[in-house]
Write a protein that binds this ligand. Sequence first.
Ligand SMILES: Cc1cc2nc3c(=O)[nH]c(=O)nc-3n(C[C@H](O)[C@H](O)[C@H](O)COP(=O)(O)O)c2cc1C
Length: 363
Amino acid sequence: MGSSFGTVFRTTTFGESHGAGVGAVVDGCPAGISISLTEIQAQLERRRPGQSRLTTPRQEGDEVEILSGVEAGLSLGTPIGLLVRNLNQKPGDYRQMANIPRPSHADYSYRMKYGVNSLSGGGRASARETLARVAAGSVAEQFLRSRFGVEIIAWVSQVGEVTFELPEAELEQLSRSAVDAAAVRCPDPDKAALMTAAIEKAAAEKDSLGGVISCVCRKVPAGWGEPVFDKLDALLAQAMISIPAAKGFMLGSGFAGAAMSGSRHNDRFLKDGDRLTTATNFSGGVQGGISNGQLINFKVAFKPVPTIGKVQETVDYEGNQVLLKGKGRHDPCVLPRAVPIVEAMAALTLADLALRQRGNSLF
Ligand SMILES: Cc1cc2nc3c(=O)[nH]c(=O)nc-3n(C[C@H](O)[C@H](O)[C@H](O)COP(=O)(O)O)c2cc1C
C-alpha cells in the first residue's frame, strides 16, 4: 500500500535502491499524446547523482526504458511502463548499518513497521525511488504542456541560511535553462555562488545542509481541484511532503500570511478582457482548493541529509552505545537534485486534476 499517487492519471512506483531496478507504471494517460523518451531522460539527468561536484560522486546510469504504452512516440492510452535498471549496487556500503538505525533516516521506523529491513541502503526510503517519480512526472508534464500549455519550473531558493527570493515579475519568464545555469540550480548567480560555497563547506566538514525549493506552475486553467478533500493545494502538499526529506510546504504567502491583515492580504479582482484576474497573488493561484487561473507558486522545505561523514553518537538496535560514521557516497545537500522531483510531483498532481475536471465538465 502507499506506492500509488493519483486517481485518474495514476502512477505506481516500484523497486528498491539496490535491487534489480526502479520504475513506474503510469495508468490513465490519455491516448495520442506525444511522449518523448529524450525528454524523460533529460529530467532524469537533472536528478542523477554524480552530475556536479555538489552532489554525491555516486555514479548511477539512470537510463530509462519505456516498456509499454507508447508506440511510435504516441501514448496508446494503456499503462505506460517505465524502468531504470540499477547498475551501481553497493549494498556493502550499508552493511555497517545493518545493526545501527541511522539517526533521522528511515531504518528504525521501517523495522518497526515491517519487521525486516532492506539491506540495500534504505530500500524504498532511498531517494532512488524518486527517479520513478521523475520519469512518470515527465510523462504527465508532456501531457499537460501539449494539451493545456502548462509550464512547471522549480529552482533552489534556499540552502542552509542563504536565501534567494525571485522577484514576482520574473515568475512569468523564468526558464529551466536559467535555473540550470549554476549547478546548485539557483537562478541568481551571486546567491548561487554563496549556496555553492555553503554546500562545499558542509561537505568539507563531513556535514549536510537543508534548504528550500520554490516552484511556479504557469498557464494552469481556472477550475482544477476537487473540494473538499482533494483540493489542489491539499494534493500538492501531499505530493511534496511525500518526497524523502521534504518537511514543509507552503502555497502563496503561506505562513507569512498569518501576520498580515485581510486588507493587505486579499487578492482584489480586476477585469482582464472577458475574464477576471487578481491585483496580487497571495493565494498562490488556488482559492477554495481550485485553481483560479493565476500563477500557482509554492515552496518546499527540505531537512539536511541524515547520512553524514561526521561521527555521531547513537545506539544500535540492542541499545549499545556506538559511534556511527556514515559510509557510502551521500549528498551533502539534496536541493539541486530535488528540483526535478518537485517538478515531477507538481505535474503528477496537475495531470490527475486536469482529467478529473474533464469528468466534472461532462455534466
Ligand atoms: C534527491 C535526494 C537525495 C537524497 N540522498 C540522500 C543520501 O545520500 N543520504 C541520506 O541519508 N539521505 C538522502 N536523502 C534523504 C533520505 O532519503 C530521507 O531523509 C529518508 O528517506 C528519511 O525520510 P524523511 O527524511 O522524509 O523522514 C535524499 C533525499 C532526496 C530527495
